[in-house]
Design a protein around this ligand. Structure first.
Ligand code: FES
Length: 80
């Protein structure tokens, strides 16, 4: 039998076939905003219908060292 036991990945972005795993990996790789995710994975660069799902993943997985809660801001400026 040639049937592979492939783990089903949840697709977040159907325009570019980007999986949830890919987005999470990008977040763990340093992406902190929707723009970062777009640049890294192309998710949310088509119809942008998946942007809420991507933001949800950002909130869930990018909260390790961020002191902010709530929605991510793309115009964050740091003094330093
Ligand atoms: S579903 Fe992600 S850009 Fe369209």
């Amino acid at each position: 039998m040639n049937r592979k036991a492939k783990i089903k990945e949840k697709i977040v972005c159907f325009c570019y076939n980007v999986s949830e795993t890919t987005v999470i990996e990008a977040i763990k790789g340093g992406c902190k905003s929707l723009m970062d995710i777009r640049r890294e994975t192309y998710a949310s660069t088509g119809c942008a219908g998946c942007s809420e799902e991507v933001k949800k993943l950002l909130r869930k997985h990018a909260t390790e060292d961020s002191s902010e809660d709530g929605e991510t801001e793309e115009s964050k400026v740091s003094n330093g």
